[in-house]
Design a binder for this molecule. Structure first.
Ligand code: TRP
Length: 351
């Protein structure tokens, strides 16, 4: 059976980018019943750049859990757990650190970009700098072969594969090389922000959250960037690089036209009209708003229901963490045996 592991940092509520980039895919995978699913709330990773803001991370654990469950992840079908409760992950990271060079970490494009975005310059916390190694521990501890993620996580998977190859060749074939599972619709790999920035991101304040009210969604869609050259309705417009159309690429299905905008049969027809001129941004945004409202309403309602019983959610997270810990402990044991440092297991020291 394929083993799946993925996770999110609990530094805020999850947004549409998480949803199309990874959450939706996880739920589909979970519901096939064909995968051994592990979903991790990566609080320890979140602390690598929030050491002085423990409460932000603590408080967002339940927010992320609520986002997961409201999208359809299910405690009975997936092991959902909290990273910091699995100390074995730290131990694995400690041994993997010896297999990675400083210059290799410095080349990681995602980490480089994050360092830039956070304005760390010379003051990058060591824990943050090395988080790709800890992420390799997360993945390998469960011998996951599939990791559903957004595009920005590809360098982490590549780093993990290198660590696995290095470990297996130096010691013994214990670890499994993972493969990233990207969304089928490439438009979903990296949803731009409402402002057209490359990525929807909390820190840029350009997100639609899964928990946003219907009114917030509407206001946010109305405020979205479109094509700056499309000044009057009759002007020809651009759909490439136009956030509103990128969102439509990600969310719109033909049946949405039947339901909300029967003047067009499909997105190709609508785009052609926009490009030729004569279709206003207001109409396009109104349509996008209808689609997002329909998609997010059931999620928001389920979330509100679930939020009434947080003790139940923490109880389930506790159970999930215990279960995850057993798996990670087994892998750590194999790792230490392969390295020859399981001194008190058997009589290896005597020989
Ligand atoms: N780095 C991921 C993020 O930024 C979170 C994460 C931590 C993760 N460990 C992981 C994702 C292991 C996939 C696999 O959201």
């Amino acid at each position: 059976m394929d083993i799946v592991l993925t996770g999110d940092r609990p530094t805020g509520k999850l947004h549409l980018g998480h949803y199309v980039g990874s959450l939706k895919r996880r739920v589909e995978m979970q519901n096939t019943g064909k995968y051994d699913m592990h979903i991790m709330i990566a609080d320890a990773q979140a602390l690598t750049d929030n050491a002085d803001d423990i409460n932000k991370v603590r408080n967002n654990i339940s927010e992320v859990a609520l986002d997961y469950l409201s999208c359809g992840l299910d405690f009975d079908k997936s092991t959902i757990f909290i990273q910091s409760q699995i100390p074995e992950l730290c131990e694995l990271s400690f041994y993997y650190m010896n297999l990675v060079t400083v210059s290799r970490l410095q080349r990681n494009p995602t980490v480089k970009n994050e360092i830039h975005l956070r304005g760390f310059k010379q003051s990058v916390p060591v824990g943050f700098f090395t988080y790709p190694i800890s992420q390799a521990a997360d993945i390998t501890a469960f011998k996951a072969n599939l990791v559903p993620v957004g595009e920005d996580q590809l360098p982490m998977i590549e780093q993990t594969r290198e660590i696995v190859r290095s470990f297996n060749s130096i010691y013994k074939e214990v670890l499994v090389e993972p493969t990233a599972v990207l969304p089928e619709n490439s438009r979903c790999s990296r949803l731009p922000g409402l402002d057209g920035a490359a990525k929807m991101s909390k820190s840029l304040g350009n997100c639609i959250y899964l928990s946003d009210s219907s009114n917030d969604i509407k206001k946010k869609v109305q405020s979205m960037f479109t094509d700056p050259t499309h000044l009057r309705i009759e002007d020809p417009g651009h759909t490439e690089n136009n956030p509103v159309f990128i969102y439509l690429d990600a969310f719109c299905r033909d049946e949405h036209f039947k339901a909300f905008l029967p003047a067009y049969a499909n997105l190709a027809e609508m785009k052609a009209h926009y490009e030729r001129g004569g279709l206003g941004d207001g109409t396009v945004k109104k349509f996008l708003n209808e689609i997002l409202q329909a998609e997010l309403k059931p999620i928001r309602e389920k979330r509100e229901e679930l939020a009434k019983d947080l003790p139940y959610i923490f109880e389930k997270l506790h159970q999930g963490s215990q279960k995850a810990r057993e798996v990670a402990a087994q892998t750590l044991d194999e790792v230490k045996t392969a390295m020859g440092i399981n001194y008190f297991n058997g009589n290896s020291l005597i020989k």
